[in-house]
Design a protein around this ligand. Structure first.
Ligand SMILES: Nc1ncnc2c1ncn2[C@@H]1O[C@H](COP(=O)(O)OP(=O)(O)OP(=O)(O)O)[C@@H](O)[C@H]1O
Ligand SMILES: [Mg+2]
Length: 580
């Protein structure tokens, strides 16, 4: 169909590009469809000689040959159809697998900002639902174009061969179907896009409620969530209903328009037969071909709608693929070896959106120093350390490592210098050992055990049913907050990086294990530059320098004693905690 926008053409070409590696499957499938199409034409063509012979009443042999021929014809046709089906659909699925892998790889390469801007549910629905919808379109198009196209062509040959004038009469109406088909296709595409968005909303609710089930239960809000899901589900239905309405309209409209062609043919052809200017067997062959040709043509038109629907999904998928990662290696970035660990913030400012979260931060940490970041919640502590890992780049100023702007390092060699223990204790559905090994994938069992011992995690791991090989995703294996935190610390210990970032790393530990872990961390901090964020000031009194961040600016900086003497924010916070 014409009037296809450039965006659509590129989306479509990119889609087809994914099927290119599977070209031989497509070739085999098209051979199959060639068989099916040819068989259809042959059947319509054979109606004429068969009827002629039957009417002549002379050749009785035909009554044996004909049934056998029919069975054979259908057997061959079935085989061709199966071949076509199998190869085209596996080609489609293989292409989809590639799209999905590419999409996921692309996703993983995007910066942290992208993930905070987009809902998890929407991201998931792109990888799962959109890619599927997209595939249905591709498979349908290829099947449609080959199988139905070839059937239609071979049947059209019979039609024109039998009587081209009658053929022209019957097809004069075909152009009339183009306009409604196009209108409906456009609607379906935009509905598909919105439908997928609604699907994303649904996935979002699921993701949120399954992971937050404890809070929902604790507050007794199950009914509220059920209602929220019901409403979202209903909005999805409204979109699908519109879609059904338009898709359902398409066939009846086409059939109604083409019925005028059939009527004209019967009128003209029928009267010819009665006047004796046309043989009845020829006319039957013509009608057979014409009735047969409407099915593939109808399906070809319907596949236009499928293409539209899948283009809607494809555009969503390619939008993600075209997303430019905000944080990329500079062209002159280099793989620098192990850093000594000196870190400097030089006049750093940063904003997520409109408001500055950090302003004019100057701070330098020499190798092996422990820098504690304290201050009110929301002051910018987590943001500041996330500039070291380049989760974000500063809006102004620069972060330097060993005197060199970290943007001059490759991301890979930058991240090798840093071990991070976060506020969130993220563990994966894997064994304890492999979760610790996240710090250093090639670590031996001994190294893993040593790291766990240093993090005071060895004892509780030994109590688990399968020790280090216990899968923590398994039912029944539940770890306490403190245990999870110790695993994360073990992970960081194993990584053995020159720079260590601890963001509330000991907040979930009781006083006793905190003391033990603190000891482990103290050992770990030796010869490493450490940034430690803590709300409990008792844990950071020995830091080389304490930085008080308030509303994104460094309010105070100095040793514990000096800050107490200052009588500023730090000494106020300290006083409050001491009293408590
Ligand atoms: N991804 C984000 N997008 C937009 N704003 C953010 C984002 N993350 C944090 N902020 C905002 O930046 C400010 C600083 O947040 P940050 O997490 O750095 O504070 P914090 O000092 O670590 O607080 P806490 O002690 O509670 O952990 C806050 O006002 C917060 O609302
Ligand atoms: Mg924080």
């Amino acid at each position: 169909m014409s009037a296809v926008s450039k965006k659509e053409t590129t989306a479509f070409m990119r889609l087809l590009n994914y099927s290119r590696p599977y070209w031989w499957r497509i070739v085999v499938a098209s051979l199959g469809s060639l068989g099916v199409g040819g068989m259809d034409g042959a059947m319509a063509y054979l109606v004429e000689p068969v009827l002629r012979k039957i009417f002549s009443g002379k050749e009785t042999g035909i009554f044996v040959l004909l049934p056998m021929g029919i069975v054979l014809l259908f057997a061959v046709r079935g085989l061709c159809r199966y071949t076509n089906d199998f190869f085209i659909r596996t080609a489609g699925q293989l292409a989809v697998q590639d799209v999905r892998n590419d999409l996921y790889r692309k996703n993983m390469g995007l910066g942290l900002g992208y993930f905070t801007r987009n809902e998890t549910g929407a991201l998931m629905s792109r990888v799962l639902a959109d890619v599927n919808t997209m595939q249905e379109g591709v498979a349908n198009v290829i099947t449609g174009l080959f199988r139905d196209g070839i059937s239609a062509v071979s049947l059209l040959c019979v039609i024109f061969y039998r009587d081209w004038r009658l053929a022209l009469i019957s097809f004069i109406v075909i152009p009339l179907t183009v306009i409604p088909a196009q209108k409906i296709g456009k609607r379906i595409k935009s509905l598909a896009r919105h439908g997928q968005e609604k699907m994303g909303d649904l996935a979002g609710i699921l993701q949120e409620t399954y992971s937050g089930i404890k809070v929902i239960k604790a507050f007794g809000l199950e009914a509220r969530e059920v209602e929220r899901f019901r409403q979202c589900n209903q909005r999805y239905y409204f979109f699908i209903r519109k879609n059904i309405k338009y898709e359902g309209l398409s066939t009846p409209i086409m059939e109604f328009i083409t019925s005028f062609g059939i009527a004209a043919v019967i009128y003209v052809g029928g009267s010819n037969v009665m006047q004796g200017t046309r043989s009845a067997s020829e006319f039957f062959s013509f009608i057979t071909a014409m009735v047969l040709v409407f099915n593939p043509i109808k399906r070809l038109l319907a596949s236009y709608n499928n293409v539209q629907r899948s283009l809607g999904a494809a555009e969503r998928v390619f939008e993600v693929m075209d997303e430019e990662p905000e944080i990329v290696d500079a062209p002159d970035a280099r793989d620098l070896g192990r850093a000594t660990g000196a870190v400097e913030f030089r006049d750093v400012s940063f904003k997520y959106d409109d408001d500055y979260v950090l302003q004019g931060v100057n701070l330098s940490a020499s190798r092996g120093e422990v820098i504690a970041l304290v201050g009110p919640s929301g002051g910018g502590k987590t943001t500041l350390v996330s500039l070291i890992t380049r989760f974000y780049d500063p809006t102004g100023g620069a972060v330097l490592m060993d005197g060199l702007d970290i943007r001059k390092r490759t991301m890979k060699s930058l991240l090798e210098q840093i071990a991070l223990v976060d506020q969130e204790t993220i563990l994966f559905n894997d064994t304890i050992a492999n979760n610790i090994r996240y710090g250093k994938t090639e670590a031996t069992d001994e190294e893993v055990a040593a790291a766990a011992t240093a993090a005071f995690a060895n004892d509780f791991i030994a109590d688990l049913p399968e020790g280090y090989e216990t899968n923590i995703g398994d039912r029944g294996v539940r770890l306490s907050g403190g245990q999870r935190q110790r695993l994360c610390i073990a992970r960081a210990i194993l990584k053995d990086a020159p720079i260590l970032i601890l963001d509330e790393a000991t907040s979930a530990l009781d006083t006793e294990s905190e003391q033990m872990v603190q000891q482990a961390l103290n050992n770990l901090m030796k010869n490493r530059t450490t940034f430690v964020i803590a709300h409990r000031l008792s844990t950071i009194t020995h830091a080389d320098r304490i930085v008080v961040l308030e509303k994104g600016v460094v309010a105070e900086m100095g040793s514990h004693e000096k800050l107490l003497d200052n009588d500023g924010l730090y000494s106020r916070l300290h006083g409050m905690q001491f009293k408590a």
